[in-house]
Design a protein around this ligand. Sequence first.
Ligand code: AP5
Ligand code: MG
Length: 216
Amino acid sequence: MKIIMLGAPGAGKGTQAKMIAEKYGVPHVSTGDIFRANIKDGTQLGMEAKKYMDQGLLVPDELTVKILLDRVAKEDCKRGYVLDGFPRTIPQAEVLDKALTELGDKIDYAIDVDVPDENIVRRMGGRRACLSCGATYHIEHIPPKAEGICDACGKELVLRDDDKPETVQNRLSVYHEQTQPLIDFYGAKGVLKTVDGTKDMKDVFGAIVDILEGAV
Ligand code: AP5
Ligand code: MG
């Protein structure tokens, strides 16, 4: 099962991708998480990516595509994967498409988690992230058991640098310009499914499971 999560920044792609990965036993592959892990480790890639991420801009395709193709070529991705945050531009989607076609393979579902811009800005300000294990929380909707501490690994939770309000606006503009066209791209391939991302996260997940299990 090969799934792509589409949706604006903060729509809940990561939240849902983790739940799908756990239920179906496939890896959750997030390019944002890969970049953040590299920033934390101070790698060359991390330093390069941070310049773009802190401004709410996309990391150039040349850097992003190779990382993603290397990741999905690993053994644990043979049975499938959930891609979260990739592709984000038409050229990225075309490269992925070509790589899969060469393997006689294809994407099964592109799931668009649909949330209007107004809701996004509120959500991002309340998000807290663990830069150590990648878990995310929301101070109102999904609070950690102890304030400021990750339930999963006990490390400190932070407001991501790119979740500051002015950067969120930039990320939304970049999304509308460069990423939203992917909705038509996957629609034309007949694999697009849309879920209402404004619902409670369990209801959003229920709608996704219905799609994956063929009920919708
Ligand atoms: P990335 O990490 O992918 O960030 P993003 O797309 O901006 O998305 P987010 O992770 O912010 O949101 P999400 O949809 O995962 O929402 P979440 O589940 O956390 O990318 C970061 C940066 O890296 C990019 O800006 C770019 O610079 C670079 N990058 C990454 N991939 C790239 C690529 N392919 N090409 C180029 N550059 C790339 O949920 C958000 C909040 O809402 C959380 O607090 C959550 O708890 C809460 N929440 C979730 N669901 C619900 C719900 N149903 N109701 C209420 N609250 C909810
Ligand atoms: Mg995410």
